[in-house]
Design a protein around this ligand. Structure first.
Ligand code: IMP
Length: 179
């Protein structure tokens, strides 16, 4: 995309290795159970499928699509579900799977909404925990990588719907910006 350079942050090998570890950790914690994994569309697609196929326990799958009203890259905290969960999660163990947590507003609203449906537990699994702009504390039960700042793309993550297809993760930098 014009006006931006991208610098590699996480290689596909590093991502795959960490996703495998997370899948095994979740499988151990939920041994003998069949949790419902709920992916937050669209950015989660690669992470969600890689995570699930590395798990050693059966799972049920569903998706939520959440749009946040805001300006540019800022999230407003006003969340609208354009697709809500369809499985009946009453009494079920739920794991919400998200690509990245930034301000925390999206995930905290999603968790709040899911809890109203009466699941026996709701845990959160994110590939990337980006702490710099956190506004609401949200407990991350399973985390792939922690970064302090920066806008990242690739492996499902986009900037204006670009870069999602890339198998590695990159930091986007304005051309000419100092590092
Ligand atoms: P939050 O409500 O601020 O935590 O918003 C999280 C959502 O913002 C994620 O699901 C992404 O869609 C988007 N987002 C936040 N940071 C990034 C980033 O660095 N790259 C791509 N998308 C991001």
């Amino acid at each position: 995309m014009e006006g931006y350079d991208k610098e590699i942050l996480l290689s596909r090998d590093k991502i795959q290795e960490r996703v495998r570890e997370l899948a095994l950790e979740i499988s151990r914690d939920y041994q003998g159970k069949e949790p419902v994994l709920i992916g937050i569309l669209n950015g989660v697609i690669f992470f969600f499928t890689d995570l699930i196929r590395n798990m050693t326990i059966p799972v049920k799958l569903d998706f939520i699509r959440a749009a946040s009203y805001g300006t540019g890259t800022e999230s407003s905290g006003v969340i609208r579900f354009s697709k809500d969960v369809e499985i009946d999660i009453r009494g079920q163990e739920v794991i919400v799977v998200e690509d990245i947590v930034d301000t925390g507003l999206t995930l905290s609203k999603i968790k709040e909404s899911l809890q109203k449906k009466g699941p026996s537990s709701v845990k959160i699994c994110v590939l990337i925990d980006k702490r710099e702009r956190r506004e609401t504390e949200v407990t991350i039960d399973y985390c792939g990588f922690r970064i302090d700042e920066g806008f990242i793309v690739g492996y499902g993550l986009d900037f204006n719907e670009q870069y999602r297809h890339l198998p590695d993760i990159f930091v986007l930098k304005e051309k000419g910006a100092s590092t």
